[in-house]
Design a protein around this ligand. Sequence first.
Ligand SMILES: Cc1ncc(COP(=O)(O)O)c(C=O)c1O
Length: 340
Amino acid sequence: MSGSGTKGTLVDLRSDTVTRPSAAMLKAMAEAQVGDDVLGDDPTVKRLQAKAAEMLGFERGLLFPSGTQSNLAALMSHCGRGDEYLVGQEAHTYRFEAGGGAVLGSIQPQPIANRLDGTLDLAMVEAAIKPDDPHFARTRLLALENTIGGKAIPRSYLEQALALAKRKNLSTHLDGARIFNAAVKLGVSAKELCRGFDSVSVCLSKGLGAPAGTLLLGDAAFIARAIRARKILGGAMRQAGFLAAAGLYALEHNIERLAQDHANAERLATGLRDAGYEVEGPQTNMVFVKAPPGFADYLIRNEILVLPGARLRLVTHLDASAAGIERALDAVRSFAKTPA
Ligand SMILES: Cc1ncc(COP(=O)(O)O)c(C=O)c1O
């Protein structure tokens, strides 16, 4: 697959993970000072971890190859064999990570239905906490996600969830794969949205445009456990500074511009609605649209890449320009005109 919304005619709306490193990011990667990070020698990895910890208000950071691995290492660092974590039914950690917590951590998930705004009903969360009784798994952790399905969870809700966890003696983890989208949308700092969580996982490879990499943040004791979990999971990398340099570039250059992705998603949603489609969102960079039969295939044939389904998720990102969105809308309108 070649080209992108900005470079060619193809517009890829499958995910914000499809971005390619820009020339400037590649230059930063090529010029990175590196060392063996497993031996603690990579200065660029150390700089990235320290910068992220400072930006997000944690004692320490740890670089992982992927968000899936970072979330799993977090579960394994908070919970032991026979423990349980409370998590949204729609959460990536529960639904889209191949059951890693159960498979590799012997950790039982207790899923709870997400409400339409992405939050969990805290009365349901409280009711799901198991009593200390040998019949039950030990409920140890509450895991939230922000953004979830493109929806930004506000600080006021997080305060209530964190207060419940504290009252019930649960640890807290936030899958903040897209925490900067939430921060830009809500007009608050990412640090503010992370405050009070015991750990947060933040992806560099989604809206921020790095080719790979996720940071796990927490206090020193938690990160020491996560280093061990990362080793078990095979995620300790050697000259990872090349990736860390991309991550540093992303944190320095690609946060504020997320507002453009949100504006492009707004434009896409408006155009789809004007063309008569049933649309949900966007709050950030995701638009959901009810797809009539043949719609997804038609878009793909016209080089507007989408993941097929009855409800399409269209995602804007740094390689989907405003012009690319207009091209996608041209294809939408020409489908509407195509005789059945
Ligand atoms: C909310 C969320 N968390 C975690 C992940 C996992 O990230 P990765 O694909 O790097 O494993 C994703 C990936 O799309 C995600 O959307």
